[in-house]
Design a protein around this ligand. Structure first.
Ligand SMILES: NC(=O)c1ccc[n+]([C@@H]2O[C@H](COP(=O)([O-])OP(=O)(O)OC[C@H]3O[C@@H](n4cnc5c(N)ncnc54)[C@H](OP(=O)(O)O)[C@@H]3O)[C@@H](O)[C@H]2O)c1
Length: 263
Protein backbone atom coordinates (compact mmCIF):
# COMPACT_ATOMS: atom_id res chain seq x y z
CA UNK A 1 0.00 0.00 0.00
CA UNK A 2 1.45 3.35 -1.03
CA UNK A 3 0.86 6.46 1.08
CA UNK A 4 -1.15 8.89 -1.02
CA UNK A 5 -2.12 12.42 0.01
CA UNK A 6 -3.49 13.49 -3.37
CA UNK A 7 -6.06 16.26 -3.08
CA UNK A 8 -5.11 17.12 0.50
CA UNK A 9 -3.89 20.48 1.77
CA UNK A 10 -1.11 20.44 4.32
CA UNK A 11 0.34 23.27 6.40
CA UNK A 12 3.96 22.78 7.47
CA UNK A 13 5.58 25.29 9.82
CA UNK A 14 9.32 25.82 9.78
CA UNK A 15 9.21 24.66 6.17
CA UNK A 16 12.02 26.93 5.02
CA UNK A 17 14.83 24.54 5.88
CA UNK A 18 15.83 21.37 7.71
CA UNK A 19 13.26 18.80 8.70
CA UNK A 20 10.30 21.05 7.81
CA UNK A 21 11.43 21.45 4.20
CA UNK A 22 11.84 17.68 3.86
CA UNK A 23 8.36 17.11 5.30
CA UNK A 24 6.96 19.61 2.76
CA UNK A 25 8.73 17.78 -0.09
CA UNK A 26 7.50 14.38 1.11
CA UNK A 27 3.90 15.62 1.10
CA UNK A 28 4.40 17.11 -2.37
CA UNK A 29 5.78 13.76 -3.58
CA UNK A 30 2.66 12.12 -2.10
CA UNK A 31 0.42 14.44 -4.14
CA UNK A 32 -0.58 17.06 -1.53
CA UNK A 33 -0.74 20.83 -1.89
CA UNK A 34 1.54 22.39 0.71
CA UNK A 35 1.46 25.68 2.60
CA UNK A 36 4.98 26.53 3.75
CA UNK A 37 5.22 28.84 6.77
CA UNK A 38 8.21 30.43 8.52
CA UNK A 39 9.56 33.97 8.97
CA UNK A 40 12.22 33.99 6.23
CA UNK A 41 10.36 34.59 2.98
CA UNK A 42 13.24 33.67 0.66
CA UNK A 43 13.56 30.24 2.31
CA UNK A 44 9.86 29.33 2.10
CA UNK A 45 9.76 30.61 -1.50
CA UNK A 46 12.62 28.20 -2.24
CA UNK A 47 10.66 25.38 -0.60
CA UNK A 48 7.63 26.25 -2.74
CA UNK A 49 9.79 26.09 -5.86
CA UNK A 50 10.81 22.56 -4.80
CA UNK A 51 7.17 21.61 -4.17
CA UNK A 52 6.22 22.79 -7.67
CA UNK A 53 9.14 20.90 -9.24
CA UNK A 54 7.50 17.82 -7.73
CA UNK A 55 4.23 18.58 -9.55
CA UNK A 56 2.26 19.86 -6.56
CA UNK A 57 1.04 23.35 -5.68
CA UNK A 58 2.78 25.31 -2.95
CA UNK A 59 1.98 28.52 -1.12
CA UNK A 60 4.53 30.47 0.92
CA UNK A 61 3.01 32.37 3.84
CA UNK A 62 5.56 34.37 5.86
CA UNK A 63 4.53 33.86 9.48
CA UNK A 64 5.96 34.65 12.87
CA UNK A 65 4.45 32.04 15.18
CA UNK A 66 4.98 34.29 18.20
CA UNK A 67 2.26 36.58 16.78
CA UNK A 68 -1.32 35.30 17.30
CA UNK A 69 -2.69 37.51 14.50
CA UNK A 70 -0.17 36.03 12.03
CA UNK A 71 -1.25 32.52 13.03
CA UNK A 72 -4.88 33.33 12.20
CA UNK A 73 -3.74 34.98 8.96
CA UNK A 74 -1.81 31.82 8.01
CA UNK A 75 -4.90 29.61 8.33
CA UNK A 76 -7.02 32.21 6.49
CA UNK A 77 -4.49 32.38 3.63
CA UNK A 78 -4.42 28.58 3.39
CA UNK A 79 -8.23 28.23 3.31
CA UNK A 80 -8.66 31.17 0.90
CA UNK A 81 -6.15 29.58 -1.48
CA UNK A 82 -6.98 25.88 -1.22
CA UNK A 83 -10.46 25.63 0.32
CA UNK A 84 -10.45 22.91 2.96
CA UNK A 85 -7.48 21.91 5.11
CA UNK A 86 -6.45 18.34 5.94
CA UNK A 87 -3.11 18.21 7.74
CA UNK A 88 -1.12 20.48 10.04
CA UNK A 89 2.51 19.76 10.89
CA UNK A 90 3.71 21.91 13.79
CA UNK A 91 7.41 21.58 13.03
CA UNK A 92 8.91 25.03 13.73
CA UNK A 93 10.75 25.43 17.00
CA UNK A 94 13.26 27.66 18.72
CA UNK A 95 16.23 26.08 20.43
CA UNK A 96 18.50 28.16 22.65
CA UNK A 97 21.04 26.25 24.73
CA UNK A 98 23.34 27.61 27.39
CA UNK A 99 23.96 27.94 31.12
CA UNK A 100 20.57 27.42 32.83
CA UNK A 101 21.63 29.79 35.61
CA UNK A 102 21.76 32.73 33.22
CA UNK A 103 19.01 32.23 30.63
CA UNK A 104 17.43 35.52 29.60
CA UNK A 105 13.70 36.18 29.72
CA UNK A 106 13.85 36.84 25.94
CA UNK A 107 15.28 33.36 25.27
CA UNK A 108 12.72 31.71 27.54
CA UNK A 109 9.83 33.62 25.94
CA UNK A 110 11.07 32.80 22.42
CA UNK A 111 11.07 29.06 23.21
CA UNK A 112 7.72 29.09 25.03
CA UNK A 113 6.17 31.40 22.43
CA UNK A 114 6.97 29.26 19.38
CA UNK A 115 7.33 25.73 20.79
CA UNK A 116 4.21 25.76 22.97
CA UNK A 117 1.96 28.80 22.56
CA UNK A 118 2.44 28.85 18.78
CA UNK A 119 1.76 25.11 18.51
CA UNK A 120 -1.44 25.44 20.53
CA UNK A 121 -2.77 28.56 18.79
CA UNK A 122 -2.12 27.18 15.31
CA UNK A 123 -3.69 23.83 16.24
CA UNK A 124 -6.73 25.72 17.52
CA UNK A 125 -7.07 27.79 14.33
CA UNK A 126 -6.52 24.71 12.13
CA UNK A 127 -9.05 22.63 14.10
CA UNK A 128 -11.69 25.35 13.74
CA UNK A 129 -11.06 25.49 9.99
CA UNK A 130 -11.35 21.69 9.68
CA UNK A 131 -14.57 21.65 11.72
CA UNK A 132 -16.02 24.38 9.47
CA UNK A 133 -14.79 22.49 6.37
CA UNK A 134 -16.10 19.55 4.35
CA UNK A 135 -16.56 17.15 7.30
CA UNK A 136 -13.71 14.84 6.26
CA UNK A 137 -11.70 15.40 9.46
CA UNK A 138 -8.01 16.08 9.67
CA UNK A 139 -4.72 15.26 11.25
CA UNK A 140 -2.15 17.17 13.31
CA UNK A 141 1.43 16.08 13.89
CA UNK A 142 3.54 17.98 16.38
CA UNK A 143 7.30 17.65 16.11
CA UNK A 144 8.60 17.17 19.63
CA UNK A 145 12.05 15.77 20.48
CA UNK A 146 13.51 12.88 22.40
CA UNK A 147 15.02 15.48 24.75
CA UNK A 148 11.47 16.03 26.01
CA UNK A 149 11.90 12.60 27.64
CA UNK A 150 15.39 13.25 28.97
CA UNK A 151 17.53 15.56 31.05
CA UNK A 152 20.00 17.05 28.60
CA UNK A 153 22.77 19.46 29.63
CA UNK A 154 22.25 23.19 28.88
CA UNK A 155 18.66 22.98 27.69
CA UNK A 156 16.11 22.66 30.51
CA UNK A 157 13.68 25.16 28.96
CA UNK A 158 13.88 23.58 25.50
CA UNK A 159 13.44 20.10 27.07
CA UNK A 160 10.46 21.45 29.01
CA UNK A 161 8.82 22.83 25.89
CA UNK A 162 9.29 19.53 24.06
CA UNK A 163 7.82 17.56 27.00
CA UNK A 164 5.01 20.12 26.86
CA UNK A 165 4.49 19.45 23.15
CA UNK A 166 3.66 15.87 24.03
CA UNK A 167 1.34 17.08 26.79
CA UNK A 168 -0.48 19.29 24.26
CA UNK A 169 -0.61 16.38 21.82
CA UNK A 170 -2.29 14.08 24.34
CA UNK A 171 -4.66 16.82 25.49
CA UNK A 172 -5.69 17.84 21.99
CA UNK A 173 -6.03 14.21 20.86
CA UNK A 174 -8.72 13.71 23.51
CA UNK A 175 -10.48 16.98 22.74
CA UNK A 176 -10.45 16.73 18.95
CA UNK A 177 -11.13 13.01 18.42
CA UNK A 178 -14.90 13.48 18.19
CA UNK A 179 -14.31 16.07 15.44
CA UNK A 180 -12.43 13.43 13.43
CA UNK A 181 -9.05 15.06 14.01
CA UNK A 182 -6.14 12.80 14.99
CA UNK A 183 -3.30 14.43 16.91
CA UNK A 184 0.07 12.73 17.27
CA UNK A 185 3.68 13.67 17.94
CA UNK A 186 6.96 12.62 16.38
CA UNK A 187 10.08 12.90 18.50
CA UNK A 188 13.25 13.05 16.43
CA UNK A 189 16.62 12.13 17.84
CA UNK A 190 19.68 13.99 16.59
CA UNK A 191 18.87 14.62 12.91
CA UNK A 192 21.23 15.81 10.18
CA UNK A 193 20.15 19.37 9.31
CA UNK A 194 22.41 22.34 8.54
CA UNK A 195 22.83 23.45 12.15
CA UNK A 196 23.73 19.89 13.22
CA UNK A 197 26.18 19.65 10.28
CA UNK A 198 27.85 22.83 11.60
CA UNK A 199 28.07 21.26 15.06
CA UNK A 200 29.64 18.15 13.57
CA UNK A 201 32.19 20.27 11.72
CA UNK A 202 33.06 22.19 14.90
CA UNK A 203 33.23 19.22 17.25
CA UNK A 204 34.11 16.29 15.01
CA UNK A 205 31.94 13.18 15.35
CA UNK A 206 29.52 13.62 18.23
CA UNK A 207 29.73 11.21 21.15
CA UNK A 208 25.96 10.73 20.96
CA UNK A 209 26.38 8.51 17.90
CA UNK A 210 27.82 5.89 20.24
CA UNK A 211 24.52 5.86 22.11
CA UNK A 212 22.38 5.30 19.01
CA UNK A 213 21.73 1.56 18.67
CA UNK A 214 21.09 1.83 14.93
CA UNK A 215 24.53 3.46 14.61
CA UNK A 216 23.82 6.63 12.64
CA UNK A 217 22.29 10.08 12.89
CA UNK A 218 18.72 10.54 11.77
CA UNK A 219 18.11 12.05 8.35
CA UNK A 220 15.26 14.53 7.69
CA UNK A 221 13.54 11.91 5.52
CA UNK A 222 13.36 9.53 8.50
CA UNK A 223 11.22 12.12 10.27
CA UNK A 224 9.20 12.98 7.15
CA UNK A 225 8.38 9.27 6.60
CA UNK A 226 6.98 9.01 10.13
CA UNK A 227 4.87 12.15 9.61
CA UNK A 228 3.53 10.82 6.31
CA UNK A 229 2.53 7.57 7.99
CA UNK A 230 0.82 9.23 10.97
CA UNK A 231 -1.24 11.50 8.70
CA UNK A 232 -2.23 8.70 6.30
CA UNK A 233 -5.18 6.32 6.26
CA UNK A 234 -2.79 3.64 7.54
CA UNK A 235 -2.83 5.45 10.92
CA UNK A 236 -6.51 6.36 11.02
CA UNK A 237 -6.92 4.54 14.38
CA UNK A 238 -3.82 6.13 15.94
CA UNK A 239 -4.15 9.26 18.05
CA UNK A 240 -2.39 10.72 21.09
CA UNK A 241 0.91 8.89 20.57
CA UNK A 242 4.46 10.16 20.57
CA UNK A 243 6.57 8.25 18.05
CA UNK A 244 10.31 8.49 18.71
CA UNK A 245 12.34 8.39 15.47
CA UNK A 246 15.80 8.17 16.94
CA UNK A 247 17.50 4.89 16.00
CA UNK A 248 16.49 3.49 19.39
CA UNK A 249 18.41 6.10 21.41
CA UNK A 250 15.76 7.11 23.92
CA UNK A 251 14.79 3.63 25.02
CA UNK A 252 18.25 2.19 25.45
CA UNK A 253 21.17 2.98 27.72
CA UNK A 254 24.90 2.35 27.51
CA UNK A 255 25.23 3.03 31.26
CA UNK A 256 26.35 -0.46 32.33
CA UNK A 257 27.90 -1.61 29.08
CA UNK A 258 31.50 -1.52 30.28
CA UNK A 259 30.60 -3.25 33.54
CA UNK A 260 29.10 -6.40 32.01
CA UNK A 261 30.77 -6.83 28.64
CA UNK A 262 34.38 -7.87 28.50
CA UNK A 263 35.07 -6.08 25.21
N1 LIG B 1 17.54 18.57 14.01
C1 LIG B 1 17.49 17.85 15.11
O1 LIG B 1 18.48 17.18 15.51
C2 LIG B 1 16.22 17.78 15.92
C3 LIG B 1 16.17 16.85 16.99
C4 LIG B 1 15.00 16.77 17.74
C5 LIG B 1 13.91 17.55 17.43
N2 LIG B 1 13.98 18.45 16.39
C6 LIG B 1 12.80 19.25 16.13
O2 LIG B 1 12.50 19.19 14.74
C7 LIG B 1 11.91 20.42 14.30
C8 LIG B 1 12.70 21.00 13.13
O3 LIG B 1 14.03 21.13 13.53
P1 LIG B 1 15.21 21.56 12.53
O4 LIG B 1 16.45 21.02 13.12
O5 LIG B 1 14.82 21.22 11.14
O6 LIG B 1 15.15 23.15 12.76
P2 LIG B 1 15.86 24.35 11.99
O7 LIG B 1 16.70 23.87 10.88
O8 LIG B 1 16.46 25.19 13.06
O9 LIG B 1 14.58 25.11 11.39
C9 LIG B 1 13.65 25.69 12.24
C10 LIG B 1 12.50 26.24 11.41
O10 LIG B 1 11.58 26.89 12.30
C11 LIG B 1 11.31 28.20 11.81
N3 LIG B 1 11.01 29.13 12.90
C12 LIG B 1 11.79 29.48 13.96
N4 LIG B 1 11.21 30.45 14.67
C13 LIG B 1 10.03 30.74 14.06
C14 LIG B 1 8.99 31.66 14.30
N5 LIG B 1 9.03 32.54 15.32
N6 LIG B 1 7.92 31.69 13.48
C15 LIG B 1 7.87 30.83 12.41
N7 LIG B 1 8.81 29.94 12.13
C16 LIG B 1 9.90 29.89 12.94
C17 LIG B 1 12.60 28.58 11.08
O11 LIG B 1 12.38 29.59 10.10
P3 LIG B 1 12.60 31.16 10.35
O12 LIG B 1 13.81 31.32 11.24
O13 LIG B 1 12.76 31.69 8.98
O14 LIG B 1 11.33 31.64 11.00
C18 LIG B 1 12.97 27.26 10.41
O15 LIG B 1 12.27 27.13 9.18
C19 LIG B 1 11.89 21.33 15.53
O16 LIG B 1 10.64 21.21 16.18
C20 LIG B 1 12.98 20.74 16.41
O17 LIG B 1 12.77 21.03 17.78
C21 LIG B 1 15.12 18.58 15.63
Amino acid sequence: MVIDHTGETVIVTGAGRGIGREIAYHFADAGADVVAAARTESEIEETVAGIEERGSTGLAVPTDLREPAEIVALVDAATDHFGTLDVLVNNAAVHVAGDPLSRSVEDIDAMLGVNLRGVFLLSQAFANAVIDGDGSGGSIVNISSIVGHLSVPAMPVYCGTKAGVYGLTRGLAGELAHHGINVNAVSPGLTRVERIERLLEEKGELYEIDAIPLGRLGEPEDIANAVLYLTSDLASYVTGVDLPVDGGAVRTSVLYRDQYLSE
